[in-house]
Design a protein around this ligand. Structure first.
Ligand code: NAD
Ligand code: UGA
Length: 473
């Protein structure tokens, strides 16, 4: 048996809520989906007639929004009305690391999730299936259930409300969100009531093969999400540790990755070394795991995972320090061109981007940074660096420890002492390095922290070259 789901409300119109609901709307035209958010500005952008202004940049998202928006997909700030009418509610709000109080710096801050649960308890009518889409610590569903059960008990007889809570963590990666949602490796559904589980499975069944829809208990589902992110982040830290060793020994990390990745037990994905993992989730989810392990008295388990995060921080500092050393130990007053600010290619997201710490290190050393990114705005960079942009066309007029944003790559490079590639955007791979070197001040350097430029393309230029994990340079 399943419950009939005709109306869905998704609370949270962010990087997960927006794309996820766009795909469900596209695959299930018979369901009306209302995505709601407290943030009016964000909702305005989701409703913008110019699809380039959508608040989330993902390949293929504009196409879906064009197809479904105003038909069976709606974005608004009308939280109460849409909760009242929904048969199924997805909670897709932010769960950042707590910055004060008990568990500060490690535990997830669940105040937004709790706020949603209270709204659902207050406004829901009839039977409602509540789906945790946010990444949550193990046993959060229980807390949500307690809030909802209290509402159920105190509701008057004519309102007659009841709830089922499911855990349905999201595994999409930014930059490939639509592809990941349309062809997921798996859909995980944790819950107690098989009818509620089947109702959600039926929705996914419209486009996901049955054998990819996994049913578990709620706590396994919550823990599996944290574990998947921890394992992925661990691979990034593992390969970055080997990159540092390659640079000392004459090995090349790309060759090591290739050789290691061909072992089918290890696999070839997530073995690209770089400036370290960024994004809103890896660090927070591992720290959450650390908090949970400590809570249960498993100090060694906590230490094991905390090292993955600590190594990531070391990796960023290692890169900024080696660049300063190669530029004769000082970058004060020098112009450094930063190519890429997003935490990875094909997204406009900068949360926890390695570029933030690396740029802050350079600014501290007195450099003038000229930053380019095809999708990140100067306003966002200003927020992340916490320093106002100094708009000047001539680098010799720029003050020490300042930065400016350039729309064109050539403008960012002009007169620079060094270029530092921090995000693996395709357009950087295609640059004519011979031409680039003529625009720079001599001696000029190219630091490729993503390992995307082949040294053959640099050999004919008069650029000094460093590429992550390449000990032959
Ligand atoms: P986000 O910050 O982009 O979006 C969250 C939105 O929720 C914000 O717009 C915020 O205004 C809104 N919100 C918060 N409280 C609200 C409330 N009470 N009522 C209405 N709206 C409210 O976050 P995100 O990146 O979409 O992540 C959401 C969750 O999904 C997190 O738990 C995250 O760990 C998880 N997740 C994220 C990704 C990713 O790639 N970003 C992937 C998988 C899972
Ligand atoms: C990650 C997971 O891949 C998703 O499955 C998960 O749903 C999501 O976190 C989440 O919970 O938020 P995301 O952070 O969007 O997705 O992006 P990834 O592709 O995982 O990249 C994370 C970071 O690792 C990036 O900074 C990326 O540049 C870096 N990375 C990744 C490497 O340095 N090397 C690699 O080989 C792969």
């Amino acid at each position: 048996m399943t419950f009939e789901v005709k109306k869905i409300c998704c609370i949270g119109a962010g990087y997960v809520g927006g794309p996820t609901m766009a795909v469900i709307a596209d695959k299930c035209p018979y369901i009306t989906i209302n995505v709601v958010d407290l943030n009016q500005e964000r909702i305005k952008l989701w409703n913008h007639s110019d699809l380039n202004k959508l608040p989330v940049y993902e390949t293929g998202l504009d196409r879906l929004i064009e197809r479904c928006r105003g038909k069976n997909l709606h974005f608004s700030t009308k939280i109460r009305e849409n909760i009242e009418e929904a048969d199924m509610i997805f909670i897709s709000v932010n769960t950042p690391t707590k910055n004060k109080g008990l568990g500060a710096g490690k535990a997830s801050d669940l105040k937004w999730v709790e706020g949603c649960a209270r709204d659902v308890a207050k406004f829901a009518k009839g039977h409602t299936i509540v789906v945790e889409k946010s990444t949550l610590p193990v046993k959060t569903a229980e807390a949500i259930k307690i809030i909802l059960t209290a509402a159920q008990k105190s509701s008057n007889s004519e309102k007659k409300i009841s709830f089922d809570v499911l855990s349905n963590p999201e595994f999409l990666a930014e930059g490939t969100a639509i592809k990941d949602l349309e062809k997921p490796d798996r859909v995980l559904i944790g819950g107690e009531n098989i009818n509620a589980i089947n109702s959600l499975s039926k929705i996914y069944g419209n486009w996901v093969p049955k054998n990819k829809i996994i049913h578990t208990n709620i706590w396994s589902s919550e823990l599996a999400k944290l574990t998947a992110n921890a394992f992925l982040a661990q691979r990034v830290s593992s390969i970055n540790s080997i990159a540092a060793l390659c640079e000392k020994t004459g090995a090349d990390v790309r060759e090591v990755s290739k050789a290691v990745g061909t072992d089918s037990r290890i696999g070839c994905k997530f073995l690209n070394s770089g400036p370290g993992f960024g994004g809103s989730c890896f660090k927070k989810d591992i720290l959450n795991l650390v908090y949970i392990a400590n809570h249960f008295g498993l100090k060694e388990v906590a230490d094991f995972w905390e090292n993955v995060v600590d190594f990531n921080t070391f990796n960023q500092t290692r890169i900024s320090q080696l660049i300063v050393k190669k530029l004769f130990g000082t970058i004060s007053g020098k112009k450094i061109s930063i190519l890429g600010f997003a935490f990875k290619a094909n997204t406009n997201d900068t949360r926890e981007s390695p570029a933030i710490n690396i740029c802050k290190d350079f600014l501290e050393e007195g450099a003038h940074l000229s930053i380019h990114d095809p999708k990140v705005s100067s306003l966002q960079i200003e927020k992340d660096l916490g320093i106002e942009e100094q708009k000047t066309t001539q680098s010799n007029l720029a003050s020490e420890g300042s930065w400016c944003f350039k729309e064109k790559i050539t403008d960012a490079i002009e007169g620079a002492d060094a270029i530092v590639i921090l995000t693996e955007w395709d357009e950087y791979k295609k640059l004519d390095w011979d031409k680039v070197s003529t625009l720079m001040r001599k001696p000029s350097w190219l630091f490729d922290a993503r390992g995307i430029i082949s040294k053959i393309n640099i050999e004919k230029t008069n650029l000094n070259f460093w590429s992550i994990g390449d000990g032959s340079l």
